[in-house]
Design a protein around this ligand. Structure first.
Ligand SMILES: [Zn+2]
Length: 604
């Protein structure tokens, strides 16, 4: 019988407690996908079965990197995962398609982009994925929470002896179990961010509703949640088949818009009705943070709808696409058939641009392969014809081309392991030590293996980037103080991100900006205290100069309006409190001494 214990370079099986090994092996040999199970879930089960205490160890073992298996819905290092099980759980691509949310996230994206991102998820880290997919910019937040249905959980405990995370429930847009009709609940610890890099399985006591208190949806809104779940799952299915054809999809939407009286003539929307109708459809669902930004106002709704209809990047998030579908097809999945029908009907008009596009891809591909065969490196050839290096690597690999490697001590299984270590971005010196080879051997391998140097560099960069990003996010969530304070606390992280990852930093900071009215956020009280106290002293000086004595609080407030909101919190603002005290006391003393003052002035 084949062992399902993952093959590992870095973690020894002997690290397990020897007395429990046989039982653990027994369990692990039975480790198979449960129905619709996500990669994250299977990895979590293995983590707990193995008895490891550090989540990072399991992640390195299964995904080749400390954080490869995270985030839950879009893990990176999936090729490592597939190899660790000797492909018994599927090839990397099969795992990505069958056991992650990626096909849904990519369902409306152009094919070349899908391919690039699948390869990122297979080989390296998905740390840049959120930015690439515009998950941050889309306003839905980069993190997809772990969600579960209590009824599913109960059944799973009975049937499989464990709860697990279903891929379908991880999808954006799915907040209701389509089998049981239960509202999904999230892993409560995800809200605080502490669980971001820990393996976990659903347990009843760990789950919590994202909605407030005892909120329950009305019957209408429950149906809308169900519609949204079905549309989201439909998109997953489309993603698995290569994604939706956007022109056809949009053409179907226009037909529907016309039928419903929302559009007239050739693609002209009746803006007022459309924007109101679209926005109102989601009014009852704004309790869900993820859904709260769908058509928040009629104007926003209109622009979101247009983004989908015009195929703009910000309209290609699955939630954007699904929200339009459920609004146009309430209580029905007729869109699925309409889409199929549009596919054949619109084929003649769509065929021309599409073939052209494919041919362009073919020409580029042939040129790239020809350049590499002629001795050019994949990265320079890719740059020359304007495709991503990973795409170039895939084309070259698909054409069956390998750059010959000079024979050396790097032979057989060692060569493959060294190759993998480098591809995962391992430090050169570590590789030399681990495999007992010279620096020049490592460098030669990096130079001669197609794409290896690029992969090594980008893995190292992305590891660094992932570390910096996660440190920044940790700081933001740990202090809850917003970017300004975080910047003071970890200036070097801020500086690195500002230099190397500015767009991401900007997005994240925007999302975490403290709103001026927010009371519960810890703000920079010291700074505020200093500036307020100074403002009070300035105001007093001004009042004094105008001889408007005595100085009254109301006059200070007229000049320092922001002080008003702070009056109940003076105990947290010692300088301000003292300044106010001094100014008002001084003023009272002044009044008593008024005639002395006047006399002094008079005699001067
Ligand atoms: Zn369920």
């Amino acid at each position: 019988m084949k062992s399902f214990w993952p093959r590992s370079d870095s973690v020894s099986v002997a690290a397990l407690d020897s007395t429990s090994q046989s039982t653990l092996f027994g369990d692990i040999e039975r480790l198979r996908w449960l129905p619709d199970e996500s990669v994250f879930s299977l990895a979590s089960r293995l983590h707990f079965l193995s008895g490891r205490s550090r989540s990072a160890d399991t992640s390195r073992l299964l995904f080749g990197a400390e954080r490869g298996g995270f985030p839950a819905a879009t893990p990176g290092g999936v090729a490592h995962f597939a190899n660790a099980f000797g492909q018994d759980l599927g090839t990397a691509r099969e795992v990505l398609m069958g056991n992650t949310a990626l096909p849904q996230l990519l369902a409306a994206r152009p094919r070349p982009m899908q391919e690039t991102i699948y390869q990122m998820a297979e080989l390296g880290s998905t740390a840049t994925l959120k930015a690439k997919l515009g998950l941050l910019a889309s306003g839905f937040g980069g993190l997809l929470p772990l969600k579960a249905c209590r009824s599913c959980l109960e059944e799973d405990m009975q049937r499989h002896g464990t709860g697990y995370w279903r891929t379908e429930h991880l999808l954006p847009g799915v907040w209701l179990c389509t089998r049981h009709g239960d509202l999904l609940e999230i892993l409560a610890s995800m809200r605080t961010g502490q669980a971001r890099y820990e393996w976990s399985l659903p347990r009843a006591e760990l789950l919590a509703h994202v909605t407030k208190g005892s909120w329950t949806p009305t019957e209408v809104n429950r149906r809308r949640l169900e519609d949204l779940a079905r549309a989201s799952v439909w998109l997953l299915g489309q993603g698995k088949q290569g994604g939706i054809d956007l022109p056809r999809f949009v053409s179907m939407l226009w037909t529907r818009l016309s039928e419903a009286g929302y559009a007239h003539g050739y693609r002209r929307l009746r803006q007022a009705i459309v924007s109101r109708g679209f926005s109102e459809h989601f009014d009852g669902l704004r309790e869900f943070p993820e859904l709260s930004r769908i058509a928040t106002t009629p104007t926003i709704g209109y622009s979101q709808l247009m983004a989908v209809l015009q195929g703009r990047a910000c309209g290609l998030h699955p939630l954007r696409v699904a929200s339009v579908l459920v609004w146009l097809y309430p209580g029905s999945t007729q869109f699925s058939e309409d889409y199929e029908a549009t596919q054949s009907a619109a084929a003649p008009t769509n065929r021309i641009p599409e073939t052209t596009k494919q041919e362009d891809g073919g020409v580029q591909r042939r040129e790239l392969v020809a350049r590499v065969v002629a001795g050019e490196s994949v990265s320079s050839a890719a740059k020359a014809i304007g495709v991503e290096v990973v795409t170039g690597q895939a084309w070259v690999a698909a054409a069956g081309i390998r750059v010959s490697v000079r024979p050396s001590t790097l032979v057989g299984v060692h060569r493959k392991r060294i190759f993998d270590a480098l591809r995962n971005g391992e430090d050169k010196a570590d590789v030399e030590r681990r495999f007992g080879i010279s620096a020049s051997s490592v460098n030669r391998l990096l130079r001669t293996e197609v794409g290896l140097h690029v992969a090594w560099k980008s893995a190292r960069e992305s590891t660094c980037r992932a570390r910096m990003r996660s440190s920044w996010l940790d700081q933001l969530s740990a202090t809850g103080a917003g970017p300004k304070l975080a910047r003071q606390l970890v200036p070097s992280v801020y500086a690195w991100l500002y230099r190397n990852d500015r767009e991401w930093l900007r997005q994240v900071n925007l999302e975490n900006e403290i709103e001026p009215k927010s009371n519960n956020a810890r703000v920079d009280w010291d700074k505020r205290d200093r500036s307020l106290s100074q403002a009070i002293l300035d105001a007093a000086m001004e009042i004094h100069d105008r001889h408007e004595m005595p100085i009254r609080l109301v006059e200070i407030l007229a000049r320092v309006p922001e002080l008003k909101a702070k009056l109940p919190k003076l105990n947290r603002l010692p300088l301000t409190s003292r300044a106010l005290d001094q100014v008002l006391k001084f003023s009272r003393r002044k009044r008593a001494d008024g005639f002395v003052q006047q006399r002094t002035i008079g005699s001067a």
